[in-house]
Design a protein around this ligand. Sequence first.
Ligand code: FHN
Length: 438
Amino acid sequence: MIARLLRTPTCALAACLLPASALLSQPGYTPTPENVAARTWFQDARFGLFVHWGVYSQMGAGEWVMNNRSIRASDYERLPSSFNPTAYDATAWVALAKAAGMKYITITSKHHDGFAMFDSKVSDYTIVKRTPFARDPIRQLVDAAGKEGIKVFFYYSQLDWHHPDYFPLGSTGRQTGRPDGGNFDRYLDYMNGQLKELLTNYGPVGGIWFDGMWDKPEANWRLDETYRLIHQLQPAALIGSNHHVTPIAGEDFQMIEKDLPGQNSAGFNKAEMSTLPLETCETMNGSWGFDITDRNYKSSRDLIRYLVRSAGANANFLLNVGPMPNGTIQPEFVERLRAIGKWLEVNGESVYGTRGGPVSPRPWGVTTRKANKIYVHILDWMDDDLWLPLDAKVRRATVLGGEGIVRVQPGKGGVLLSGIAALKQDDIDTIVVLEIGQ
Ligand code: FHN
């Protein structure tokens, strides 16, 4: 936990230091009808795959290895020459995401190390030009995902530990040996050039998942220009930025990292939850990028319950894998993804297409809602009775994916569910479905 906080940038700093120019970016932004439709699709999707993959994967020490081991940019540039993921199979990645019940994939197109995992023509620091692999894995992923109806979002790091014009330096990447100088506006022109490529050359894009503004919160990131560019090229592409502050005009969804909405166990999720679509992201062990020593795997049970609690908080869950340098996803992750998919095959109607339910998240569990059904997810409850502060007429109560009789007694300001102990389907989630009506 402490290591995580030490390694995690002081994102909370951003909350008080973003310049007015950033906070007012794309002032007066009104989402187009296609963007509004994309937001609804995104909320209905509820579950996505996060992929952190880059030349850093070869080091087996996570995606921050360049910073954490103070690797000079000129030395780090040796890494691409040995990156040759011969076992990379985009079709297999997409099939695994589908088997997990995921509806979209968010992949790192460029992380903080500045290395483009796509065929960028505005840079010579790319997977096509610098590696023996010499192909565009993101093109392959987009093509495979398109065949299966899976949307692809691009993670893009505004923070860049390699580019000489990313200057003045921010709070990280200070030991990379870059010249003491550079033109930040020229860097932003380069960044916008790459974003134009991503939004022009890869078909319909689910959205752009920005990260890294927290590195230089006081800088003028010219966000209005970048957000306008994205929305002009693809109005339906959703913009989100992991800046850990209240969403800025022009953004279409709000992400939270390693916490459920409204919580702040990670120490940097201090921003108020907005009314934008929400998404929380989490790792399956403790690392985003491949870490060969990190065996701190979360159980399938805990990951499913995190998905349920996310949906109960009206948020999507973006669950991460860090593929190995050969292009395969480690078996511990595959096992968990398949287990989640199996659970969703039976219980998915209580997650997909739902919104947060009328009873706010509680220690015992959460509720989700879709049409005239309220799904009561009983996660941690030992009593036989459960009182729900619910202003609705319950016409019928059943158990999703199981038998058992649920007794429902209306009361003042709510309903009492009884007979819960006998309903226990498994130790993951007992879901009582309340059909409500006049
Ligand atoms: O520094 C990044 C980190 O490497 C990773 O990409 C996460 C994913 O949410 N975001 C930043 C840390 O907040």
